[in-house]
Design a protein around this ligand. Structure first.
Ligand code: IMP
Ligand code: MG
Length: 195
């Protein structure tokens, strides 16, 4: 039996080049203002840390934790804030940083919540966009890449908390079951035996 090879969708080099472009665009658009970066835990952490290091303007950083009911690869639309922002965003230039917009439910919920807090401006940067699965119309101001209707892993994105630290984006035709993950030792290069 041969281990399943991950199919790489975006290489580390391609990701870094695109993130740098986004950071340059954001730095130019926010010149003279200090964006208040709101990172959506946990998936957007890797993207955000690269993005802010490529930015040439000062910025402030905060995190929001959410849990959407349902697990695995689908969001139900019912979102709960598990860790709120540390500070008020009133009169601040809020830039929400997401890993991926899929149904749009999570982002829609967050944007509605932030709008009520009276920020000076409110924009969104998402590393990935999967428009085919959109259920709610949400505006993404800056985005890294569009992807087809397939579950992706790496660069912050997980399956049952695994693969977040892989520096590229990949797809696996057969997602491992939770039991497979729990029983197998963690590896840097994701691979697993076919059943
Ligand atoms: P939405 O609410 O359906 O737009 O889902 C958004 C959230 O679901 C993202 O922020 C991710 O945390 C998670 N998610 C959606 N698609 C994927 C994927 O392909 N891989 C990993 N996580 C995903
Ligand atoms: Mg997320």
């Amino acid at each position: 039996m041969t281990p399943e090879k991950p199919r790489i969708l975006f290489s580390k080099a391609k990701i870094q080049a695109r993130v740098k472009e986004l950071a340059e665009q954001i730095s130019s658009d926010y010149e003279g203002r200090i964006p208040y970066l709101v990172v959506v835990l946990k998936g957007a952490v890797v993207f955000a840390s690269d993005l802010m290091r490529y930015m040439s303007i000062p910025c402030e950083l905060d995190f929001i934790g959410i849990s959407s009911y349902g697990s695995g690869s689908r969001t139900t639309g019912i979102v709960r804030i598990t860790k709120d922002l540390d500070d008020s965003v009133e009169s601040k230039h809020v830039l929400v940083i997401e890993d991926i917009v899929d149904s749009g439910q999570t982002l829609n919920y967050l944007l509605n919540s932030f709008k009520q807090r009276r920020p000076a401006s409110l924009k969104v940067v998402s590393f990935l966009d999967r428009p085919d699965r959109r259920e709610v119309d949400v505006a993404i101001d800056y985005k890294g890449f569009d992807i087809p209707d397939t579950f992706v892993l790496g660069y912050g994105m997980d399956y049952h908390e695994h693969h977040r630290n892989v520096p590229y984006i990949f797809v696996m035709d057969h997602l491992p079951s939770n039991d497979d993950i729990l029983l197998k030792p963690r590896k840097n290069q994701p691979s697993r035996k076919k059943k």
